[in-house]
Design a protein around this ligand. Structure first.
Ligand code: UDP
Ligand code: MG
Length: 327
């Protein structure tokens, strides 16, 4: 039996790049000597991404389409594809050709050598503006200092995952999905290869700085509880300083009386600790909000319709039953 490769492609308003994408990817897949499928997820696009995907599905049945009921974000779109993928190896990649499909044969080679995860790591960030380069470097520094599982720097979601990695990922149903961290959490023999990331083939990035900031927060809070511990340590330190200062005040009053100074130091202390307390209430809030979301246990995504997937009898759950079981 020949092995099968699944390519998972989330698409949000990518009408401009769909044709170039398939024209570049299809010849590479045909050259692999493997069975393959491409699972495209329309993540609530407002342009004609979906119609174009249907057209491509008509041309080649191995191009399969999942249409989500609205925009769920890239992480959840990839999860939908991951749930329905039946390949022995799975590669999530972006639609905008920033992840060069020419790397796929090398990834397959490394997978055949026995690696379960093959990361594609960016050789440089030359195609990024300087501000993004600096913030990215800071982010990876910080998250690797805080998270229990190291997260490889400059690796996007473009990577090969073996079937057993996929199965573990499918069992991780958290609704806050920081994929880079989740991939790294699974473990198994991992290797990486480097590539040069090019600018988008067309269309626009959906990431502005506000979204990147939230993404960074998501990563840190989903993968680390260090910010919570900070409150205890800072509190301890403040209590110790406060205690020694109180001792000093008592002594000074006993020795020299009390000429009523201290308004500036009192205000400073009140304002400073008021600020610190609010910051930590905010941090607790971030964690509680996530607990709230997880406890609701909602499905990670909702499928509107699919094309190209076998009905439930073939062993692979159909989109409909999948969705049911998620509810
Ligand atoms: N994407 C998606 N849903 C979203 C945002 C993005 O499915 O809400 C897809 C998008 O179509 C693309 C991939 O995720 O295939 C990466 O998006 P983008 O190129 O905007 O991110 P960048 O490459 O700038 O990190
Ligand atoms: Mg991109």
């Amino acid at each position: 039996m020949t092995e099968k490769l699944s390519l998972l492609v989330p698409m949000y308003n990518e009408a401009e790049v769909i044709d170039p994408f398939f024209r570049r990817v299809l010849p590479i897949l045909e050259g692999l000597g493997l069975d393959w499928e491409i699972i495209c997820v329309n993540d609530g696009s407002q342009d004609d991404t979906l119609e174009q995907l249907w057209r491509w599905h008509e041309r080649d049945g191995r191009i399969k389409v999942i249409n989500l009921s609205r925009n769920f974000g890239k992480e959840r779109a990839v999860t939908a594809a991951l749930d329905l993928a039946c390949g022995d190896a799975v590669i999530p990649m972006d639609a905008d050709l920033q992840d060069p499909p020419e790397l796929i044969p090398q990834m397959i080679d490394l997978w055949r050598q026995g690696f379960d995860v093959v990361n594609a790591v960016r050789a440089s960030r030359r195609s990024d503006p300087p501000a993004k380069r600096i913030t990215a470097r800071l982010f990876y520094r910080l998250i690797n200092a805080l998270a229990e599982t190291p997260i490889p720097s400059d690796a996007g979601d473009f990577r090969l995952l073996s079937r057993r990695v996929c199965d573990v990922l499918r069992s991780m149903r958290e609704s806050h999905r920081f994929m880079k961290g989740m991939f790294a959490w699974v473990g198994f023999p991992t290797t990486s290869l480097t590539f040069e990331r090019t600018p988008r083939a067309g269309g626009q990035t959906k990431w502005n700085y506000w979204r990147l900031w939230n993404y960074a927060l998501e990563g840190i809070i989903s993968f680390s509880t260090v910010p919570l511990k900070l409150a205890s340590y800072l509190g301890l330190l403040a209590a110790l300083i406060g205690l020694s200062y109180a001792g000093f005040l008592v002594l000074r009053t006993l020795l020299f009386g009390d000429p009523v100074p201290g308004y500036p130091s009192m205000m400073t202390a009140i304002l400073f600790f008021g600020g610190v307390q609010l910051i930590f209430i905010g941090i607790f809030g971030e964690y509680i909000a996530r607990i709230h979301d997880e406890v609701k246990g909602r499905p990670i995504y909702v499928i509107d319709s699919t094309r190209g997937f076998a009905p439930a009898t073939s062993g692979q759950p159909s989109a409909a039953s999948q969705q049911q079981s998620e509810m």
